[in-house]
Ligand binder design. Structure first.
Ligand code: ADP
Length: 369
């Protein structure tokens, strides 16, 4: 009974009945105060017209009959109005309460982990809009949940490979299959190093994805940034036999940016270009002014990328050639971090390639003001 009384349908009915009762009481009071005076005035007029032929009893009789008829009409009207209040409240309650109940049930299901739950979007009114917003929220939750599950799966997968390798080398050492010499230790060291890099990449990823990075903006010269990055990586380029060219940008305005973070993005792109360009190839870094943005481009003559992979390069853990990338210590997180860092600066990052073995170009934009 308590549940029924607190239900929306019941409250609606009561509110209708209250309005109805107020209407009837007001009408009765108004009638009580107005009708006798009006009736007497009318009777007096009629008596004058009929020359005083109408006796007092007849007038009283008429008045009583009129009053009974009025009360009867009022009762009928009240009954009919109450019946319509019940019907209307049932109808309105159905229209209002049913979608609300659907949402209640769906939210409970979602809370229990059934993220595919949706509610019907039947109308265009506020309730329909609420249902649409509810479904949008459910979709966002479902996507987050899928991403979370994928992330755990990916992290487990990424951790498994180096751990299995370390375990294998150790078993080899214990069983005497592998010789206890520096080369074996080197192999183990490399796997542990990869694990360490993966963990710090993951830490960085979680920070950038949560928007927890603080940008220390200053006016950065893009030309200097390119020179510094090139200077840091030049020894590795020379070691591999890949040439590195800087196309000196024309007079570019400084950009408001976090120098370390943008340096990290550029280092990542140039590092990738080196990694995916075989000996004898070339990498070029350029910058151009595009309206209110500076575009920084890293072009290589390396292995290139098939068109179908290009849109996914900035997704977490995405690697075109898993074995090749992993052999180079890559976990497929670098570009995801780079994307977040560039977007935090209000810029965009992109990749393009004419196809396999035809090199690629990675670029990002930074607003100048
Ligand atoms: P990784 O650490 O594996 O390099 P990234 O996020 O930096 O991860 O890159 C993701 C993937 O994009 C790489 O695994 C590689 O397949 C592809 N990629 C990145 N840069 C290049 C490039 N310059 N040429 C060809 N492929 C590239």
């Amino acid at each position: 009974m308590k549940g029924l009384r607190s239900s929306l349908g019941w409250k609606l009915l009561i509110s209708y009945l209250v309005v109805l009762a107020v209407g009837i009481v007001t009408l009765t009071l108004a009638a009580e105060s107005v009708i006798p005076t009006a009736f007497n005035r009318h009777m007096a007029g009629m008596q004058m017209m009929m020359g005083g032929q109408m006796g007092m009893t007849m007038a009283d009789d008429l008045f009583t009959n009129f009053r009974t008829a009025f009360t009867e009409a009022l009762l009928w009207a009240a009954g009919l109005a109450a019946a319509s209040a019940i019907i209307v409240s049932i109808f309105v309650a159905r229209r209002v309460v049913t979608p609300v109940r659907h949402m209640m049930r769906a939210s409970r299901h979602i809370a229990d982990g059934h993220y595919a739950e949706r509610v019907p979007e039947t109308s265009n009114d506020e309730l329909g809009q609420l249902a649409r917003s509810f479904n949008q929220m459910a979709t966002a939750l479902e996507q987050t949940e899928t991403m979370r599950r994928e992330l755990i799966g990916n992290v487990a997968h990424e951790l498994r490979t180096p751990l299995t390798n370390i375990k294998g080398y150790m078993e080899g050492l214990i069983d005497g299959v592998l010789p206890p010499e520096p080369q074996t230790y080197q192999l183990i060291y490399r796997e542990a190093d990869r694990l360490q890099r993966l963990v710090s990449d993951l830490q960085e990823l979680s920070r950038v994805e949560a928007g927890m990075i603080e940008l220390h903006l200053s006016r950065v010269s893009v030309a200097t940034l390119i020179e510094q990055t090139a200077a840091r990586l030049r020894p590795q380029f020379e070691e591999k036999g890949v040439s590195l060219h800087l196309e000196p940008p024309p007079q570019l305005p400084p950009v408001p940016a976090d120098e370390d973070r943008i340096g990290q993005v550029l280092l990542n792109l140039v590092g990738n270009a080196l990694q995916y360009t075989p000996a004898g190839g070339a990498v070029t870094i350029t910058a151009v002014l595009h309206n209110t943005e500076i575009h920084i481009l890293v072009q290589d003559s390396g292995i290139g990328i098939t068109a179908e992979h290009v849109p996914h390069l900035f997704d977490r853990f995405y690697r075109v050639d898993k074995s090749r990338s992993r052999a180079g210590g890559g976990s497929g997180i670098g570009l995801t971090i780079a994307r977040h860092l560039v977007e935090a600066h209000g810029g965009q990052i992109w990749a393009a390639s004419p196809g396999p073995e035809q090199g690629s170009t990675f670029g990002f934009s930074l607003p100048t003001g």
